[in-house]
Design a protein around this ligand. Sequence first.
Ligand SMILES: Cc1ncc(COP(=O)(O)O)c(C=O)c1O
Length: 291
Amino acid sequence: MAEPLPVCYLNGEYQKLRDARVSPLDRAFLFGDSVYEVLPVFGGRMFRFREHFDRLARSLNEIRIPSPHTHAQWLEILDDLIRRNGGGDMYVYVQVTRGMEYGRNHAFPVPPVAAGIFAMASPLPVLTDELRANGMSAITVEDFRWNRCDIKSTALLANVLMKQRAADAGAQEAIIVREGDVLEGSSTSIFVVSKGAIATPPNSSRILPGTTRDVALELADGAMQVTIRRIGIDELRAADEVWISAATRDVIPVTRIDGQPVGTGKPGPLWKRMNESFNTLRARLAGTPVL
Ligand SMILES: Cc1ncc(COP(=O)(O)O)c(C=O)c1O
């Protein structure tokens, strides 16, 4: 895993990530009381900025933290962070916590305290030749998360345990299934391709509304047949292609699930088309304003 870039933003100040410190009384540390966003940057330009900050505003609203910044203010803060880290391609992680009080109480602090804000940048993972040629492996896991998976909360213990279960099995992702319904990966959205048609599960409180999933749906629209609907575990196992998507990695082919090949066991033709469409979109957006 590549190291993060050197400069971070913490509560109003840019500083060296290695020297950044937060209080153990911050509610993110005590309760996981915080939400986050992750967005890619291509050629110094944040991708899907509005969609990511709309989702952050929604997550904050759902957990009743007043939004500390407008979209325009976030843009200024993060553009500066990107510049200070040398620009180019990277991804940005942004976290907002409910803040800290002197003590540990489950209910919100009275009077309210200032939100804690942290952002850092990291190199963007590249699609390796190995991934492009052979895809990745996944396992399936029964869901044991809470019932508000639509909130992008930093309380990710269940996701951490699922991803580790995948790692223990020599796989890279855990595909989450609840009572026979395929939902998403532990940190990705999911697509299943059968007989030339693409399907992805509907947004609900059981999954995170993926920003990359939306891009893929837009790119597929017109060029490929795509439906948003319930996907059963049997359909996943019988699929011709399975893809996962996330902001830092676009769309990645999954070619083995629970040790069995998906379709031919190699990345499929529709994935290749989708991957090319993403590359074209990125090139088209270069240099255009984000808001
Ligand atoms: C549980 C979960 N689902 C889906 C996604 C994909 O969302 P996005 O495409 O916005 O990165 C993520 C990304 O972190 C995630 O954690």
